[in-house]
Each structure stands twice: as C-alpha cells, then as structure tokens.
Design a protein around this ligand. Sequence first.
Ligand code: NIG
Ligand code: FE
Length: 422
Amino acid sequence: MAPEKKATLLIKNIGQLITMEGPVPRIGDKMKEIDLIENGGVAIAGDEILAVGKSDETAGKISLAEGCKVIDAKKCVVTPGFIDPHTHPVFSKTRHDEFEMRLLGKTYQEIAAAGGGIRASVRDLRETSVPILTEKTTHRLDMMLASGSTTIEAKSGYGLSTESEIKSLEILKNISDTHPIEIIPTFLGAHEVPDEYRENRAKYIDLLIKEMIPTIAEKKLAEFCDIFCEDGVFSIRESRKIMQAALDNGLKLKFHADELTHSGGAELAAEMGAISADHLVYISNEGIQAMAKSGTVAVLLPGTSFSLNKGYYAPARKMIENKVVVAISTDCNPGSSYSESLQMMITLAALHYKMTAAEAISAVTVNAACAVDRANRLGQLRVSRPADIIIWNMLDYRELPYHYGVNLVNKVIKKGKVVYGQ
Ligand code: NIG
Ligand code: FE
C-alpha cells in the first residue's frame, strides 16, 4: 500500500473558499457559479492539493507531516491562482512616448504606419542583450506573480527574424526553469511585417512558413502559434496560409482577431479550430455564433480598450449570452496595454463588460485554463491538482473589482510553495 500522504501546508480559517469545482468551461449563466465554501480549509501535500472543504472536515481527513506549515487566513478569501492567457512580456524599451502621442490625438494605427508601434519594439529587441531582456522580462513576471497570476501564456513577437524569435522564446524557457510562474510559450512571428520586408511581404510570409514555424516547432520552443490578423497587418488570406503551416507543424492556434477593425478573424479562428481568439472588440454576430459552435475561447482584453481609450470594448455580455467561452487577460505589452495586473482587468471587466465578480473570477481561472489548453489541470482547487492558490486581503470576493488600483493579494502559493507574501 502506498504510504499515506501527509499535509506539508495547511490553510485554515478561510472565510470564503472559492474552489471553482463544477463545469469546465463555465458557459453562460454557469459563469456565476464559483463553488463558494464558508469556513473552508485547504491541505497541501508537496506540490498538490490533498484535501479541500469545510475547515473542520479538512482537518479531520488528513494528518500533518512533521514541520507542516499552517497559515491562518483570518477569515479572508482564497481562490485558485489566476491564469493570464495572453501576454507579450519579452521586450526592453517601453513606449510611453507613443502613449503621450495618443493622448495628443494620434491613433495606434497612425503611429504603427509611421514606423513606431510593434516595429519600434522589434528594432529595440534585436539590439538588446539576452541578460538585459531576461532581467526586464523577469521583473514583469515578478509583478504578475505578486498580483496573483500563477500561470501565464507568453508570446514572442518582437524579434520577427528566426534568430531573434528563437532568442525571445529561449529567454522565456530559461526564466521558466527558475521562476515560480508557469509559462506557456507562444510563437508570434506573425505579429507584424518587419522593416526589411516592408517592400516584399510575400517573402516574409514565406520565411514564416518555410523556416520560422518549422524551426520553432522542431526545437519545441512554443506550444501555440499566434497571428495579428488585422487590416494593415496580416489579411484573412495570409492568416489562413500561415496558420495552416502552424497546424501542419503540430502547433495549436491562437489569433489576435478583430482588435482594431472587423476583419473576420473570429470566424477564421473558429473555422481553423483555434484554441482561442483574442481581443474581439469588433467581432460580428456571425463571429460570435461561429466561436460558440467551435468552442474557441474568447480571450477579452479590457486593458487594451482602456489604454487605447477609444471607448470601444468587446461585446462581452452578448458573447456570454450566446454561450461563447469567455476568459480575461492583461495583454501585457509595451504598446496597447502595459499592465501586469489581472486585478485591474477584473475592475475594467466589471465596469465595461458588466461582468460580476463571480463571472470575472470564472474568466481568469477555469475559462483561462481552457484558453491555454490546461482545463484538466489548472483553474480549480481540487484534490490531486497543483496547489496554485491565492490568499487575499479581503473578506468578500466581491471586493475584487470594487477595491481597485492596489494589490489585494496577501500570499501566492505555486505548486505548494509560498512564493509571494511570506
Ligand atoms: O495585443 N495587437 C497586437 N499586439 C499587441 C500590441 C503590441 C504592441 O503594440 O506592441 C496587442 O494589442
Ligand atoms: Fe496581444
């Protein structure tokens, strides 16, 4: 008989324990169900959850290992660790200059067309050393962890050459060897057409298909392939061709779709069986129906609408009513949304998407797990699942959107270890 597992960490006296037990994904009205247990407890053995439930029952069911650490949650809220399913953290120079230009009336697209935007970040990344990029990326991940993200999807996309895309993805791989955050890497070589191919975009698409995608897949540097499918970046026709090459090389698909204008990216993502389509500010009714049917997760990025400040937000309520799987993410990047905080995104989702706290929590736990294809492992507090947990400084989970602009996290636990807020 296998030896009995003993608790190495016990969290007791939890006022509201939100386990997210129940259907995955959470669709429609089910987004409101968060499985809230009052007076809860969680026991952890090593890196996994050993027991979860009412405090006294949890304590009765398990025995404590010698030296077991006990945390008194002081009646506060405990949730699963958050999952941020869309980030671009590998860059050096920030683009606060462009933020100011936008305040003075220039649009994101005008700045990009004049050679700024993504291409400015590309020129900078190519010149920046690996140690400096590693330090800056790590710092962003530290801030994500501190605000409760225990898993993130992270994209390349500021290299746009085989060499510098590999450099970006290797930086993520090296950081993930030591950083507590779990990183799911995505290749975003189709983020923009770099300067040297502006006069011959077909040649860049060829490079993506014939060299970059096969090399990244062969080196196993990414699990997903993403594309900026948008008027003026990659068209529907180009996107279909590039993403088919990704599928042929065994990569799963994500799309930046309908972010700045309606181009039909959501429909294409659904048609190609993408795991997620992200942004969707200008999604059509047909796009909503197609995504509901295919089960492609809608990753909504309220920080991008907020920071671009044009007043347009994705039609979240319509998507929820039409049974699309909805997740929320930061889009952390130097151009359109420079924030590491899913807490901030939850406030924006409440105000601009009219999502309740419970719906937003579903969107950054179980549904975000679906957006990174980890539904059977992450996003819920269940026996034998990884012990990824947030202990909050709040007595009621509904404070989450309401008390904004500060960090409400007390402690973050990743794989059974307290990694923030000792
Ligand atoms: O998700 N849309 C493309 N990518 C980012 C912006 C990248 C940038 O401006 O650097 C986004 O909004
Ligand atoms: Fe993005």
